[in-house]
Design a protein around this ligand. Structure first.
Ligand code: GLY
Length: 566
């Protein structure tokens, strides 16, 4: 009897300890929760301005305009009016759509413009200074969104943004480091000293009076101020004085374009993502179609088998991406076939858990492509149930590093997203394909993947990230972390990420984040791991609609990201 009691007590205590340990392990990390509306972006100031517009009764489209332009002030590293982007929306009625406000190649551009007489790529020409600049699309983009869906006046929307530019923005620790890192390039790209040459320290405030004046003129005169007005003239004079080829005609001809988003299913999810000229939606569809038949939830998060399946799907999708994708107005893309489940099944037919596939054994194996990793993303859900997912960029950190002090903004170096010469590496040691070669008025291929998910016909998640070619795989893992591994939105954003893009044939992993045993097993299976020089693997900004209809924000600790709402 006594023995039995001791045994029962022991059993009870063991169960208690086990359950304590389990609950310890399962302690959830939850992001900011709001009841009705939320904006998540790379800077607190921009998220707050977006949320403020919603609070005033504006919708997600009004908030998009405000957030995009507030990022141009608060986050000059990637936020912009000198660049471009993509936006995917889902209205509360279920209507979906996408806007392409990607930069274009100037009329005077040509296939070999970045090559010398011997047809060698001229170092830095597509990345630094005025020749690297594509025709900016951001101002056209926000005005087009507002024309179609806006409810508040542009004057009202721009007011807090202009106020922020005048008042200035506090430098964060991360920003201090970034400015320092790029200062030698600022000196190289600019004839005159620019505001970012100063040695800014954390907690200093940088004011942007010239940008405030530019935005005030845009507020007063509308879209054409940037493309045909005084701003256009001053911008063209500046670019040409610095050796660039953009003309007034280029600016006047620029139009943002409505596109049909890429849609596909994964289990019970409907995924709505960006169509070409971004590779994001097609590539995401290919990867998700390829992994759908596998039981990732049983394999476990970041287990060897899960990593293998995802890596092998990524390898195959990125090989196709390099070969087939470009501006759909210039090249024919076999989109229907690429995103069919049957095609992905065919591509995965030679995958085995026993050993890594070699990238050299995957077709189209002679070319590779990538974009620079600096971009920014914001996600919005409004109090009416409309959702926006937008990613915007000037390509490299601070774009071409060419700063128009007169107008108060950096210009993009998006021309580097074209392949300067098929088969020859760009400054990142990477090469591109014929589908993405330069032509006048063509849009350069992108990886930006603004994405919205539906579950059971209802809004489920809004997600996106910067990160160049790692954008697609970061969006993928964030979705899988919630859907397969039942993480909260914030946990899904926080979780360590990895990336494979066919070439180079290696898995990039966030340093010091993966289990040693898992890494050794992967190496044994023939995978090469790169933890040393990994680029930033995204800074995800996401919103999850919870079962009770409230919203959970996922703001990435890898950046200064922040969620705001009510
Ligand atoms: N410039 C980065 C991208 O478009 O993907």
């Amino acid at each position: 009897m006594k023995t039995k009691n001791i045994f029962i007590t022991f059993l009870f205590l063991s169960l208690l300890i086990t359950s304590c340990k389990t609950s310890e392990k399962k302690e959830r990390v939850i992001g900011k929760i709001t009841e009705k509306a939320m904006v998540v972006s790379a800077r607190e100031e921009a998220s707050k301005i977006g949320a403020q517009i919603l609070k005033k009764g504006g919708n997600a489209f009004d908030a998009m305009v405000a957030t995009e332009l507030a990022l141009a002030v608060a986050y000059p590293y990637a936020g912009n009016i000198g660049g471009g982007g993509f936006m995917v929306y889902r209205k509360n009625s279920g209507e979906i759509g996408a806007l392409d406000y990607r930069e274009k190649a100037p009329l005077a551009s040509s296939k070999n413009m970045f090559l010398d007489a011997q047809e060698n790529v001229i170092p830095n020409k597509s990345t630094l200074g005025a020749m690297a600049v594509g025709i900016p699309g951001t101002v056209a983009g926000v005005f087009e969104v507002h024309r179609k869906f806006g409810t508040l006046s542009m004057e009202e929307i721009l007011e807090p943004v202009i106020k922020l530019a005048k008042k200035g923005v506090v430098v964060t620790a991360k920003q201090e480091k970034r400015i320092k890192y790029y200062q030698s390039s600022f000196l190289e790209a600019n004839k005159d000293s620019i505001v970012f040459n100063k040695s800014w320290k954390e907690n200093d405030t940088i004011k942007y009076p010239e940008l405030a004046k530019t935005l005030t003129r845009i507020q007063k005169n509308g879209r054409d101020e940037f493309y045909k007005g005084e701003t256009a003239k001053r911008l063209v004079t500046f670019i040409q004085a610095n050796g660039g080829i953009i003309t007034l005609e280029d600016l006047a001809k620029y139009e943002a374009k409505w596109r049909t988003p890429v849609t596909f299913t994964y289990d019970d999810l409907k995924i709505i993502s960006m169509s070409p000229p971004s590779s994001g939606g097609i590539c995401l569809a290919q990867i998700m179609n390829a992994i759908e038949p596998f039981d990732l939830d049983k394999f476990g998060h970041n287990s060897v088998k899960t990593i293998q399946v995802i890596v092998e799907a990524e390898r195959r999708a990125y090989a196709d991406r390099s070969h087939f994708l470009g501006d759909p107005d210039f090249v024919t893309i076999p989109q229907k076939e690429l995103i069919s489940k049957a095609y992905s099944a065919k591509r995965m037919a030679n995958f085995s858990f026993d050993k890594a596939t070699l990238s050299s054994d995957v077709s189209h194996g002679t070319i590779k492509i990538i974009e620079s990793d600096e971009t920014t993303h914001y996600s919005i859900v409004d109090q009416f149930g409309n959702a926006i997912s937008a990613t915007t960029t000037i390509n490299g950190g601070y774009g071409s590093k060419l700063y128009c002090s007169d107008l108060g903004f950096f210009l993009n170096n998006e021309m580097d997203d074209f392949s300067s010469k098929p088969g020859v590496p760009n400054m990142f040691g990477l090469v591109g394909a014929k589908a993405n070669e330069i032509a006048p008025e063509k849009r350069m291929l992108s990886s930006m993947t603004p994405t919205i998910l539906e579950k059971n016909g209802k809004l489920h998640m809004v997600v996106g990230t910067p990160g160049g070619s790692t954008i697609i795989t970061s969006v993928l893992q964030t979705i899988l972390n919630v859907h397969e591994f039942k993480m909260s939105m914030q946990e899904a954003v926080n979780a360590p990420r990895f990336h494979h893009q066919w070439l180079p044939d290696e898995i990039k992993m966030e340093p010091n984040s993966f289990n040693e045993n898992i890494k050794s097993e992967l190496i044994k299976l023939g995978y090469t791991l790169d933890e040393t020089n990994s680029p930033v693997i995204g800074k995800v900004a996401a919103i999850l609609v919870l079962k009770n209809g409230h919203l959970e924000g996922g703001a990435d600790k890898r950046g200064d990201d922040s969620a705001s709402g009510f």
